[in-house]
Design a protein around this ligand. Structure first.
Ligand SMILES: Cc1ncc(COP(=O)(O)O)c(C=O)c1O
Length: 455
């Protein structure tokens, strides 16, 4: 198509490289399927970008958006005004998250905004309590928390950070509890998941103590790291993290932008570990990607401090023109209704088991597949140079891109992120569609392996 990538600088891409190698133009979507501009049909293995959880033609969400456009396309929610959808969505979201101890929510435009809101509220909470020095944040390597200066400063991916450094001072990183690349074992030593969980939680505690607990505002992490390569922590990790944070008065921020709203087979990722955070970052699946929306959910402990304050210090001097945009709020209300009515997390928990099991088999079939990991409908396939030694793929390797192209030709859209292929299909995907996904992906891997085999 004319002018593709000529005037548009794409996120996470070099503008010049995009002109040389044009992005695919996705023109249409229906259910879990998308069509490119040439009419080529593909299963959407990425749900837009972890977002289109209810698929691309969800009538109730579409109808809610249209009705809202007719009723009130926009009004703000700054001090003094609100609108019916803002009131309804805040009540629906708090009701959904009451089991997690959520008392209130703040709205924004996406995940990066949601993170920013959480980081700021964490600092303000400590100031209100008289602990004015608690300004530092601790996060994990491999973590992804969006692209604003705060979120990028707690981001655990050096490649994303470098072009924009120096970032926010006072942000520190601990290891990711990453079993496949476990920094605490050498050679062929057996891997012990629970031990890894303990060691990394202990590292968090040491970092808090080293910094001085009275200077640390919050620890932020994804319940399962998504963009960093779908890293599922050991089951004991989050409960231990909760204990460490409590011991030192540090707030726990769960970045549920990806894991929220059913993707893991639980309504929220923290529920997998039976942990209650203090602040939650939400976006993507909240409106099923139909209209941009983010939210920061506020737990009882944090809310109480604000609600007990009678000074100007408790005023929220944060928020956006489009916070709780009526059209986004209408889309989210319809999305949340369906999530609950259709028990989407339950569906994910059921269909994801054979999906996860089947793709794990890629490790046995291809020596350039190092690890297949994930939970629910998030799955990462890490490619390696040497399977036995777990040698990382050279950065210049085109193998992940070749597998992705082969999948594309076979009618499956996947995402390449460094050495990983990442899969995050819509949550309403059927068992038959997941079979199609696995068939197409296995054929794509076989095609690339065949092309690379010595003749
Ligand atoms: C865990 C996490 N946090 C925050 C973000 C940022 O969200 P957005 O791109 O909507 O700003 C993302 C985006 O993928 C994410 O995965």
């Amino acid at each position: 198509m004319r002018d593709n990538a000529q005037f548009l600088w794409h996120p996470m891409a070099h503008p010049k490289a995009m002109q040389a190698s044009k992005p695919d133009i996705i023109a249409r979507g229906q259910g879990c399927w998308v069509w490119d501009v040439h009419g080529h049909k593909m299963l959407d293995g990425v749900a837009g970008l972890w977002s289109s959880n209810l698929g691309h033609s969800c009538q109730p969400v579409r109808d809610a958006i249209v009705a809202q456009l007719d009723e009130l396309p926009f009004f703000n929610t700054f001090r003094g005004t609100t609108h019916p959808r803002a009131i309804e969505l805040s009540a629906a979201l708090v009701e959904l998250m009451r089991p997690d101890g959520v008392a209130a929510v703040m709205f924004s435009n996406g995940g990066s905004d949601a993170v920013e809101g959480a980081l700021k509220l964490a600092r303000q909470y400590h100031k209100l309590r008289g602990e004015k020095d608690r300004s530092k944040f601790i996060a994990m390597r491999q973590g992804y928390h969006g692209v604003h200066f705060g979120g990028m400063s707690v981001n655990g991916n050096t490649n994303f950070r470098r072009p924009y450094e120096p970032l926010l001072p006072g942000c520190f990183h601990i290891d990711s509890p990453w079993l496949y690349r476990n920094a605490y074992v050498t050679g062929d030593e057996p891997q012990d998941e629970a031990e890894l969980g303990r060691l990394v939680a202990a590292q968090l505690e040491r970092e808090i103590v080293f910094q001085g607990p009275d200077t640390v505002a919050a620890f932020i992490a994804e319940p399962i790291q998504g963009a960093g390569g779908v890293i599922v922590p050991p089951a004991n990790f989050w409960p231990l993290v909760r204990e460490v944070c409590d011991r030192h008065g540090v707030l726990l921020i769960a970045d549920e932008v990806v894991t929220g709203f059913g993707r893991t087979g639980a309504m929220f990722g923290t529920r997998l570990w039976d942990v209650k955070a203090d602040l939650w970052c939400l976006a993507k699946g909240i409106s099923s990607g139909y209209v941009p929306l983010g939210a920061t959910a506020i737990g009882d402990k944090v809310a109480d401090v604000f609600l007990r304050d009678d000074t100007a210090a408790g005023q929220i001097t944060h928020g956006y023109t489009y916070s709780a945009h009526p059209v986004a709020a209408a889309a989210a209300i319809a999305t949340l209704k369906l999530l609950v009515a259709q028990d989407i997390p339950g569906h994910v928990a059921r269909v994801s088991v054979p999906f996860q099991q089947r793709l794990r088999g890629l490790v046995q079939r291809h020596d350039f597949v190092g690890d297949v990991r994930g939970h629910g409908l998030m799955l990462g396939i890490e490619m390696v140079a040497d399977q036995a030694r777990r040698t990382p793929l050279p950065k210049t390797s085109d193998i992940p891109a070749r597998v992705a192209r082969a999948a594309y030709r076979r009618g499956l859209m996947v995402r390449v992120s460094g050495p990983n292929l990442i899969l995050s299909p819509p949550l309403v995907i059927s068992a038959a569609e997941l079979d199609f996904l696995c068939d197409a992906l296995e054929a794509a891997f076989a095609e690339v392996a065949e092309a690379a085999a010595p003749r």
